[in-house]
Design a binder for this molecule. Structure first.
Ligand SMILES: NC(=O)c1ccc[n+]([C@@H]2O[C@H](COP(=O)([O-])OP(=O)(O)OC[C@H]3O[C@@H](n4cnc5c(N)ncnc54)[C@H](OP(=O)(O)O)[C@@H]3O)[C@@H](O)[C@H]2O)c1
Length: 341
């Protein structure tokens, strides 16, 4: 096994890491985490040493603490798991070189030793933060895949997006608009609802914290909903399910309303009551091979000014716990991320 030299880094370089101090059994709190000065790891064959640039603050981070998902559950004392855009500092793997940008689960730390096979090479774009937001695997690309594969959108159809002011939702709403659909976004609060119609230029917004969902859905979608893109689950999804048209499609992207507790997340949707509606759950990580084509399409939309990109950048790895807690509480508009270096 070839070990890396960490050449290029000063001998006294430390590696700030955030570890799970204890397993939260209710609402996440800052003292569930611990900041530690670790060391810069050395790599072996097939591995990369990467310098984390931006951490993607993802609702799923909270679920990593609860149970095994597409990754192992984060155990007490372990480095908190999470996706990032990182730059390769050293490579002991074919096909990767210093300076390459990669996406993958580096965990919440400055420097990570990762298996090259688990990393996706990313294009270099300006600003780099766009690799987390509009071109982000867990943001714009998730919306692109979810709607593209399971929405079966037709021009003129009515699409409802929940979590519509967030990372995935803001992109899903705009993609549906660009596909010629009438788009209704559901989000919490007047300011988010203003952004939906004024910045993301979708047709209507519903404030689920203030409005009567059934009344608003009946008003904005009198013929019913063709596609419901679900980011939140729970009561919002139960209401949308009541307004689905026959032959409608429900795309189950996530169920954040149930994440920040000890309980299992609920979609709120009962397939038995929706016999003529297709209901599909998907995981974006199963579709990474289609990223280059999606990137080309999304970049064309961005260049043409057709997609508005909202980013919410928290500076400093030490602020990652607060960033996640705030996200779960609805503090973000657009894609929240943490700038690490
Ligand atoms: N299937 C996949 O492969 C995949 C990939 C990435 C993400 N996801 C899922 O997509 C969803 C959105 O993720 P994101 O990164 O875009 O997050 P986000 O929407 O940017 O941020 C989370 C938002 O959820 C809303 N929220 C929090 N509690 C809520 C509740 N009880 N009811 C309704 N809304 C609530 C908040 O907005 P409000 O102020 O509007 O409440 C908050 O801003 C999540 O469920 C996530 O797990 C799935």
């Amino acid at each position: 096994m070839r070990s890396g030299s960490n050449a290029g880094l000063a001998a006294n370089t430390t590696n700030l890491q955030i570890r799970l101090a204890r397993r939260p059994d209710g609402t996440l709190a800052e003292d569930d985490f611990q900041l530690v000065d670790g060391t810069v790891p050395r790599i072996g064959a097939g591995e990369l040493l990467v310098h984390v640039r931006y951490l993607s603050t993802d609702p799923a981070n909270r679920v990593y603490m609860k149970r095994k998902t597409y990754r192992d559950q984060v155990q007490t004392g372990e480095i908190m798991g999470g996706f990032a855009i990182a730059e390769v500092l050293e490579s002991a793997a074919d096909g990767f070189a210093p300076g390459d940008l990669v996406f993958g689960d580096t965990g919440w730390q400055e420097f990570a030793r990762v298996a090259a096979s688990a990393m996706l090479k990313m294009p270099r774009v300006e600003p780099l933060s766009h690799l987390v937001s509009v071109y982000g695997i867990t943001a714009g690309y998730t919306a692109f895949i979810g709607l593209g594969h399971f929405g079966h959108l037709a021009s003129g159809e009515t699409v409802v997006v929940s979590g519509a002011a967030g990372a995935v939702g803001s992109m899903a709403g705009q993609i549906a608009r660009l596909r010629g659909c009438r788009v209704i976004g559901i989000a919490g609060g007047a300011e988010k609802c203003r952004v939906l119609t004024e910045e993301f230029r979708i047709d209507a917004s519903i404030d689920y914290k203030a409005d009567d969902l059934d009344e608003a859905l009946a008003r904005f979608a009198p013929e019913g909903i063709d596609v419901y893109f679900d980011n939140v689950g729970g009561e919002t999804s139960q209401a949308c399910a009541r307004h689905m048209r026959r032959s409608g499609r429900i795309v189950l992207c996530g169920a954040i309303s149930g994440y920040d507790s000890a309980a299992a997340p609920e979609t709120g949707i009962s397939p038995r009551k929706l016999a003529n509606v297709s209901i599909t759950r998907f995981l974006v990580l199963d579709y990474l091979d289609q990223y280059p084509d999606a990137f080309t399409q999304m970049a064309a939309w961005v260049a043409a000014g057709d997609i508005s990109v909202r980013e919410d950048i928290v500076v400093g790895l030490e602020n990652a716990p607060a960033a996640l807690i705030g996200l779960l509480g609805g503090g973000n508009i657009g894609k929240r991320m943490v700038k690490v270096s």
